[in-house]
Design a binder for this molecule. Structure first.
Ligand code: ADA
Length: 543
């Protein structure tokens, strides 16, 4: 559903945001998907409420004769959404980056219907993320909204992935929902002569197991197969890749072979607005490919489904994380449930994407008994939802003693891979010369999930720290970092912070001007000197 009517009133004017109080007399139009902040000048800095309204026609008579069901599916709404149909509340959703849906079947009218959504992006102490974060808080219906019609019993979900540890064996399931879920299910992959028939039980679940001679998906050969799932009433087709991702000691294995992740961090932003379309995804992933990356950390929240599907086709491995970011209140009793819901929504959407190799459960959270327990449980929950991906988190950088950089955190024990964000030479001084730094092993693969320094495009000059913010400084900073990182025997990948300069209202230095300037590219995609330093390194180590 594309264009919506929207209405907004300054909170101070009404005291509260009640649609029935002020109606849509002074409404305007907003594109969906798209953040509201960048579509109307008066909403530029809004962290508050906007009402969206959309009319649609429906032929209920024909639909109910055929037993059809109707859903409204939201790709994402930042942060809290309350959804109404013809004035009746369907439900609410919390969390700005993951999908949700409501069933309309029994409520939809014959003829014209009115869908209304109240979206609020106010920061909350009990939110995920919490109140402080280093990116722009784009609000609104930022992702696609779809009306979806299904048969009476429909294919609700499925997992079709290689069993952990196997290179040719699929162990998955298909879940049917509806009035008569006990139905035969068929799964076909024509190219491989796969034609599997199984029966769903009373719970609607049909378990799958089959072998096939897959050409395995990898960044160098992102092979996808057309998979067709069908029942007597419903049918779905999509392209799926098959690959295994595992850890052996301190190595990461892709399809059984050790891999080094030549990464980069992104924010889901393009042209200083929230990225949301297929074209936006293409531009972001193309930038990563030109850098020579085979891996992207999607910081710090789940991205649009367009981007994840495109990564599948382009052969870019992904780390996708939920916005459990600095400042989360782990003592809040509701936090656990919220984190779990977000994780389940992210994994539920992307569980069949070969590109996704790691689920990130947190970024830069400080150890405490509550945090340690909550995140250990979350790591467990992630494996329960999906045993075919690695579980990881990104930590504040290590402390040092003499020449030794020691990294310790009780959460490490619960993870497959450890991500470290280190800012030696920027936020923290270099403990020793890069050539002398010894990193103490901790028995798991290490990814440097962030390292970086700021420079403003076009600022040129001497490379000493005193004249930081210039391109030479940033380029030499990366050179020095790489001299240290190359010497870590258990390093399995790096991701510079960050691909492009991105909007962050907390960045008030005159050179920042509302942007975090750690980009290898400017916000307009122009290359800084540092871009070439990383590009050269990736060219040199490319296997
Ligand atoms: C943190 C954080 C990032 C980024 C970075 C910075 O490490 O994980 O979101 O903002 O700091 O640039 O300061």
């Amino acid at each position: 559903i594309g264009e919506w009517k929207a209405a907004w009133k300054d909170k101070t004017a009404t005291g509260k945001h009640d649609f029935y109080e002020y109606g849509f007399d002074d409404s305007f139009t907003l594109d969906v998907p798209g953040d509201f902040n960048t579509q109307r000048p008066e909403l530029t800095w809004l962290e508050g409420s906007v009402w969206y309204r959309k009319a649609f026609d429906y032929d209920r008579t024909v639909a109910s004769k055929n037993g059809r069901r109707l859903f409204v599916h939201f790709g994402g709404a930042n942060y809290q959404a309350d959804v109404f149909l013809n004035g009746e509340k369907l439900g609410s959703h919390e969390g700005g980056f993951t999908p949700f849906q409501f069933e309309l079947t029994d409520k939809v009218r014959d003829g014209e219907n009115r869908l209304m959504v109240h979206v609020n992006n106010e920061r909350r102490r009990d939110g995920i993320p919490a109140q402080g974060f280093d990116w722009f808080n784009y609000g609104g219906l930022t992702r696609d909204v779809d009306l979806v019609e299904t048969p009476a019993t429909y294919i609700q979900d499925y997992a079709i992935q290689l069993a952990p540890g196997s290179l040719n064996q699929v162990e998955g399931w298909v879940k049917l929902a509806g009035t008569a879920p006990r139905q035969p299910v068929r799964v076909r992959i024509a190219e491989l002569d796969v034609d599997v028939r199984v029966q769903a039980g009373a719970d609607g679940v049909a378990k799958l197991q089959f072998q096939a001679p897959f050409a395995l998906w990898s960044p160098t050969n992102p092979r996808l197969y057309r998979v067709a799932v069908s029942t007597p009433q419903d049918a779905v087709e999509e392209d799926i890749g098959f690959r295994s991702i595992a850890v052996r000691g301190d190595e990461i294995l892709l399809n059984g072979e050790p891999i080094f992740l030549r990464g980069v961090n992104l924010h889901e932003e393009i042209d200083s607005r929230r990225a949301h379309s297929q074209e936006d995804a293409q531009r972001l992933l193309e930038q990563a490919r030109q850098l020579g990356a085979n891996f992207i950390r999607l910081a710090h929240y789940p991205y649009s489904e367009h981007l994840v599907r495109l990564a599948d086709r382009m052969g870019l491995l992904l780390w996708q994380e939920i916005p459990v970011y600095q400042g989360i209140d782990f003592a809040d009793a509701d936090m656990r449930g919220k984190m779990e819901a977000m994780l389940a929504e992210m994994i539920g959407r992307d569980r069949n994407r070969a590109a996704v190799a790691l689920w990130g459960i947190a970024n830069e959270t400080a150890p405490s008994p509550e945090r340690n327990a909550a995140l250990a449980a979350l790591a467990q929950y992630s494996r329960q939802l999906d045993a075919t991906r690695l579980v990881s988190a990104a930590f504040y950088g290590p402390g040092f003693h003499g020449n030794t950089l020691a990294f310790a955190d009780p959460l490490i024990a619960s993870l497959d891979v450890v991500g470290v964000n280190e800012y030696f030479g920027w936020y923290t001084p270099w403990p020793v010369e890069p050539e002398q730094a010894e990193w103490k092993p901790f028995g798991k693969p290490l990814l440097i999930t962030e390292f970086g320094a700021e420079a403003r495009l076009g600022n040129r000059g001497a490379s000493d720290v005193a004249s930081a913010w210039n391109e030479e400084f940033q380029a030499e900073f990366y050179d020095k970092q790489l001299r240290m990182l190359r010497r870590i025997p258990f390093l399995r990948g790096v991701a510079p912070w960050v691909m492009s300069d991105f909007r962050s209202p907390v960045r008030l230095h005159p050179f920042q001007n509302g942007y975090n300037r750690k980009g290898l590219l400017s916000e307009h995609g122009e290359r800084k000197l540092a871009w070439q330093v990383i590009r050269n390194y990736y060219q040199e180590i490319e296997q």
